[in-house]
Design a protein. Structure first.
Length: 317
């Protein structure tokens, strides 16, 4: 018997205690149905535990929780003969090739589902473990430091309007993307979000707007800025057209080389208006995440806008 565990540590601010209660309720019956090595596997949630790492100066009041999902596949494996071992009697790279190429898109889908169901949380890591005949054979870290969500929600909490569970988010991702091999491609907005979650602010801004364009202007080839202003403010009245105009302008200056950017540690030397990038990145990411959450809540594949700036939801197929 082969067991796969996906372990995630999440960060929740002290003023967001309702979030952990919601996660605990949602995870009671949460399941992920997928395939590993062409064999069906169902991941179910394990009890959520509190972790007590060293205090962080950046998040002094934060609480850390460990969330795990575990799945088993009925796969007979002879460790001694099927896999190479190193001197420490640990499974070698061939096990990673066999399992982790299948596990990686599952982990990616799971992280996206967490981000969409609970945008107020942060994720400090996500690691997958493989146990064969109860022996740990390998593990691999897939994700580090997803804290942009904490900052985004503090700044733009008014944009959130939908209630989305982890099961809804997972089902929508699994049924509407190629991550779980049920579709041949992935919606551009979801693909853009996967880049947003692990990038610096200028890239967050760029990829978020790519995602927003795929939702709000996918069938249009002209007047992108104008359409984004009208359609986003129609769906999110708390945002102004000036907000969208400035956000798109900054993105254009970045993309067309009119603004210099650098790596995070030398950013002060290279970006004149770092705070402007950060603020617009937070707004664009919040809008992208909530736009996808709107699609999930309505079980829709896209939003169809009319000339009168009304809209309907086109169901998933």
């Amino acid at each position: 018997m082969t067991e796969i565990k996906i372990e995630t540590r999440v960060i929740i601010d002290a003023d967001a205690n309702e979030s952990i209660k919601k996660i605990q309720r949602d995870f009671i019956q949460f399941q992920m149905h997928c395939e590993v090595q062409s064999l069906p596997i169902t991941f179910t949630a394990q009890p959520i535990s509190i972790q007590t790492p060293e205090k962080s100066n950046e998040l002094p009041t934060a609480k850390y929780y460990s969330i795990s999902v575990v799945g088993n596949i009925d796969m007979e494996t002879d460790l001694e003969n099927d896999f190479m071992f190193n001197e420490e009697k640990e499974c070698g790279d061939d096990l990673s090739i066999v399992f982790f190429s299948d596990i990686e898109p599952i982990v990616g889908s799971y992280i996206l589902a967490l981000a969409l169901a609970y945008p107020e949380i942060g994720v400090s890591y996500c690691r997958a473990f493989v146990y064969i005949n109860k022996q740990e054979c390998n593990n691999e870290n897939y994700f580090n430091e997803l804290c942009i969500l904490n900052e985004m929600i503090k700044k733009h909490k008014e944009i959130l309007r939908e209630e989305v569970t982890i099961q809804q988010a997972w089902n929508w991702i699994a049924n509407n993307s190629n991550l779980c091999k049920r579709k041949s491609d992935t919606p551009p907005a979801l693909a853009a979000l996967s880049y947003v979650l692990n990038r610096q602010y200028p890239e967050v801004l760029m990829y978020s707007i790519i995602g927003l364009e795929s939702i709000f202007t996918a069938k249009e080839s002209k007047n992108t800025n104008y359409l984004l202003q009208n359609r986003i403010t129609h769906l999110f009245p708390s945002v102004t057209k000036t907000d969208i105009k400035n956000m798109y302008q900054l993105r254009s200056e970045f993309v067309h080389g009119n603004k210099r950017i650098g790596i995070l540690y030398s950013i002060d030397d290279q970006i004149e208006n770092e705070e402007d990038y950060k603020n617009n990145a937070m707004l664009s990411a919040a809008l992208l995440i909530e736009s996808i959450r709107v699609l999930i809540a309505h079980n829709a594949a896209e939003i169809e806008f009319q000339q009168t700036i009304s809209h309907t939801y086109i169901p998933c197929r």
